[in-house]
Structures are given as C-alpha cells and as structure tokens.
Design a binder for this molecule. Structure first.
Ligand code: ADP
Length: 376
C-alpha cells in the first residue's frame, strides 16, 4: 500500500514536472522569438532542433530519475514490510502451536520495537500457561494420592467387616467416620476453590455466634485429637457480640486450620483455639479474632511466605506419606477475605504455629460494598 502510494506520487510528480518544463520552456521561446521580430529580425523559429533535444534530455532524465525512485521505493517497502511481517508470521505460527497445546514453543524477541515487546509478552504468557499447567498436573497427582488413602482405609475395613475379620467396634466405625470426613473436607475445598476461580463464591451471611461455632467444631475434632493423644482446648471470651458471617464457610475455615494443626502435630502436643475481641485493631473497625495455635512441627522459614498460595505444600507436607493438596489454606484466605477479614500466621520451626483470622463486627461493614450474597 505504502509502495503503491510512493509509486503514484513519483509518477504524478514526473508528469507535472515534464508538463511544466515543456510549457514554460515553450513560453520562453515564444518571448525570445517576439523580441527577435521587434528588433527587425525574421520570424523567429519557435522551437529548433537544439531546443527539442534539450527538452527531450530533460524529459529523459526525469523519467530515469522517476523509475529509479520507484524501484527504490518498492525495494524499501518490501524490506520494511518483511521486517515487520516475518516476526508477526512467526508469532502467529507460535500462537497456533500454543492453541494446539504445545506450550514449549517460544518466539525470538531480539528487537526493542513494538514487535519485540509483543514477542516478549507472548513468551511471558506461554511461561505462565506452562506454570499453571504444571501446577494443575501436580494438583491432580496430589489429589489422587490424598483421596486414595482414606478410600483404601474405608474399603479394606468394610471388606474386613463383611468377611467377619474386622469387628464393627465403635473405634473402627469412628476411624471410618474420620476418613470419610477427610474426603468430604477435600471435596468441599475443591468446590470452594472452583467457585473462587469462576468468580462465583457467594456467601449467605447472617448474624451468628462465632464462639458457639468454634465450640461445635472443637467438639467434633475431639475423637481424632484423643486418638493422636493431642490435647485440645478452647477459650471463648464471654459476652462477645454476634458477627455477620456465613456459618458454613467460617466453619470450613476453622475446620481447615484445626485439621492442619492436628495433621502437623504429634503425640503430646497441644492445640489451643481462642475466640476474642480483637484488641489490636482500630477501635472504629471492631472485629473478632480467632486463633488456632499448636505446639507441632512449625513451618520452615522458606515456606512461610508461600503457605497461602494456591497448591503450595510445605516441606513437611511433601515428606508426609499421605500428603496434602496445598489448597486448604488458600481456601481459608479466600473465605476470610470474602468476609472482609484478615488472616495471618506466626510460626517457629520445631516449636509450633499460630494462625489468626479476624471477622469485622457489623457496624464496620461499608453499606456501599456489602458481602457477596447469593445462593449456593
Ligand atoms: P496441605 O494440604 O499441604 O496441608 P494447606 O494449604 O492446608 O495444604 O497448607 C499449606 C502448607 O502450610 C502445608 O503444606 C504445610 O507445610 C503448612 N502448614 C499449614 N498448617 C500448618 C501447621 N499447623 N503446622 C505446620 N505447617 C502447617
């Protein structure tokens, strides 16, 4: 297009210059002839052989210059269009490969112009797609592992009962119940995470008593704590106001924190849960504070900044036979933040961990940004 415009421009310029030269030179010759007649000479010849040759020479030079300019314009246009289109063609081919699932292809991005920037952005996009795919594959493996353990315990015990080699004692039934709870917790976490990823995490908030909720979860976890010989205690500050929350979701938060404490603690360790009013916060933004502390393994310093990240599993978790999935704390964070609360952790490896989360008390909830309410 640019080349065509240049060619047309050059041809128009050549024709105009040629016409102008012919006309102006013709007028000039007429003037010279007129002056010759006035001075008594014969009728002047308007255009002799020399003048015609002169005009032809100008015309020839003009056409030669025009043709050279046209050729140069076309060559330059081809050069620049190749420079722009060939990286774009490479990019388009690479995008086609990525669309077919080949995440190993990258494009060269040597230049610093717009095409170079586009190539760099494309490479970054493929890198992050690759990381996501690796994390998802790892999650699938971890989940399969996480689910297979409780399932095989349930299956083998039930088969033993059917064959009459395992007693249907309260202990056996309690252990089967525990395994089924592990499975349902995992499925619930996966469902919550998929809702978060789809932007469809809806809450059903209602004023509720956080202390009572924590108490019921602690009671439900007592058999497991007893079995593992871990002491479990709960402290609830008296006369706490009700908090606006989705009890099912906050129950999921406390259950995840408590299950982690039970998982990463061993015989003789202690787990303490408390529900108090948050004294550290701004008096105008009152909130309740839940603490789940344990004297278990603690968290390695290098893991601490990442434990709330999606699919992140700490060193201890990876070493465990029936490892985790790395989504429990992600779900905790998402749910607490959806309630406009905060969650954080303090931990010393070998000494234990303390997880904290806050839930704002109703007056601090800005009316303009209500909790996301919906139907599950
Ligand atoms: P996982 O399924 O691996 O437990 P989570 O998201 O629940 O995944 O936790 C992420 C990581 O945080 C765990 O892999 C573990 O390293 C660490 N972690 C969480 N809670 C505790 C705890 N109470 N004590 C020690 N480490 C913990």
């Amino acid at each position: 297009m640019a080349a065509a415009t240049a060619v047309i421009g050059i041809i128009v310029a050549a024709v105009l210059i040629h016409n102008a030269a012919t006309t102006d030179f013709g007028q000039y010759l007429q003037q010279v002839a007129g002056m010759g007649r006035m001075m008594g000479g014969g009728a002047g010849n308007m255009m002799g052989v020399n003048e015609t040759a002169y005009l032809n020479s100008i015309s020839k030079s003009l056409w030669t210059a025009g043709i050279i300019a046209v050729v140069l314009a076309v060559l330059t246009a081809i050069y620049f269009s190749r420079r722009i289109t060939s990286p774009l063609r490479r990019l388009s081919a690479a995008a086609g490969k990525v669309a077919q699932g080949d995440l190993s292809c990258r494009v060269q991005s040597g230049s610093s112009d717009e095409v170079g920037v586009l190539s760099n952005t494309f490479n970054c996009m493929v890198d992050s797609l690759n990381e996501n795919q690796t994390a998802r594959r790892k999650l699938m493996g971890d989940l399969a592992h996480e689910m297979s353990t409780p399932l095989s315990v349930i299956q083998s015990n039930l088969e033993g009962m059917l064959d009459g080699v395992v007693d249907a004692s309260p202990e056996t039934i309690s252990s089967l119940h525990h395994e089924s709870l592990v499975l349902s917790r995992l499925v619930k976490d996966l469902r919550t995470l998929s809702q978060v990823e789809a932007g469809r995490l809806n809450l059903l908030p209602a004023p509720a008593n956080l202390g009572e909720l924590a108490s019921s979860i602690v009671t439900a976890s007592e058999p497991e704590a007893k079995r593992k010989r871990i002491s479990l205690s709960l402290e609830i500050q008296p006369n706490l106001p009700e908090v606006l929350m989705d009890p099912d979701r906050i129950s999921q938060v406390i259950t995840n924190l408590l299950s982690n404490s039970l998982q990463y603690s061993s015989e003789g360790d202690a787990i303490r849960i408390s529900v108090t009013e948050n004294k550290a916060g701004n008096p105008e933004n009152r909130s309740l504070l839940v603490t789940v502390g344990d004297s278990g393994q603690g968290i390695a310093e290098e893991d601490l900044p990442h434990i709330f990240d999606r699919y992140y599993r700490g060193v201890q978790s990876k070493e465990k036979r029936a490892g985790g999935s790395g989504i429990g704390l992600t779900v905790v964070k998402e749910l607490v933040e959806a309630h406009r609360g905060k969650v954080w952790v303090e931990s010393v490896q070998g000494k234990g961990s303390k997880f904290f989360f806050t839930l704002p008390l109703p007056p601090s909830l800005p009316p303009s940004s209500p909790l996301r309410v919906g139907v599950r």
